[in-house]
Ligand binder design. Sequence first.
Ligand code: GDP
Length: 296
Amino acid sequence: MFESLQDRLGSILNGLTGRGALSEADVSAALREVRRALLEADVALDVVRSFTEKVREKAVGAEIVKSIKPGQMVVKIVHDELIAMLGSEGVTIDLNAAAPVVIMMVGLQGSGKTTTTGKIAKRLTARDKKKVLMASLDTRRPAAQEQLRQLGVQTGVDTLPVIAGQSPTDIAARAVQAAKLGGHDIVILDTAGRTHIDEPLMIEMAEIKRKSNPHEILLVADALTGQDAVNLARNFDERVGITGLVLTRMDGDGRGGAALSMRAVTGKPIKLIGVGEKMDELEEFHPRRVADRILG
Ligand code: GDP
């Protein structure tokens, strides 16, 4: 594994103990290590730049006190700033709207959208005692609709029956209607992804949004997304307007830098994280834990 930031900064800064305040040069040397650590954690380059500038402002001129090693002091500044940027603890799905509350799931193909749809539906049903309806809007891959139906059977959550030949927007409208008639509290729309962002995808998402008036639009993204995270989040946010993020595969080896990148470019909260393939492997987002992980 990589050397921890604490160790790296220790070797650069700890000789300064008892020397007054951190100078520009000390801070610049430290920030080179911070930059390296963030890039190794897969934080996007632009975000690394703006982040290190914030840390610079806080660190230059900071008094070196005897009780704390200068390296530790900078690690603390970095850590606090990371937590501040990652956002607050415990922001979760907002259900505060007239029923049926529509939750629209968006993201690239393979990001974990369908799995997360099932996980959220299960949690809202089992824990919050809500009546949930799930609908697959992926008309390009019949297997996707079948996958959601199976998750519905497995979790005991209703799924909208498939009618061949309907467009994604028609299905969205039918899902909302069916939820009204069926007395469902919540409808989760599992939209189709693509392997990459393109114009037709964005147009389709905007149309579905217009037809279904979602209260939440959650961008599901793989935590292992590297430098592309910024582009992905910015595009979905500008074109569709997301209300939050869900990061999947946080159980993997990645350091989770995508969390910082996506949060930084959109300003939208990370609401949940996926930590496995099973239906109960969904957790709240804890900024402190992710900050620790990014720093290694
Ligand atoms: P979609 O194309 O966006 O709907 O993606 P899927 O929901 O089909 O997920 C793609 C693959 O990722 C499946 O094999 C899922 O089991 C897996 N997956 C989804 N979320 C997680 C997660 O949090 N952790 C792990 N390890 N695998 C996940």
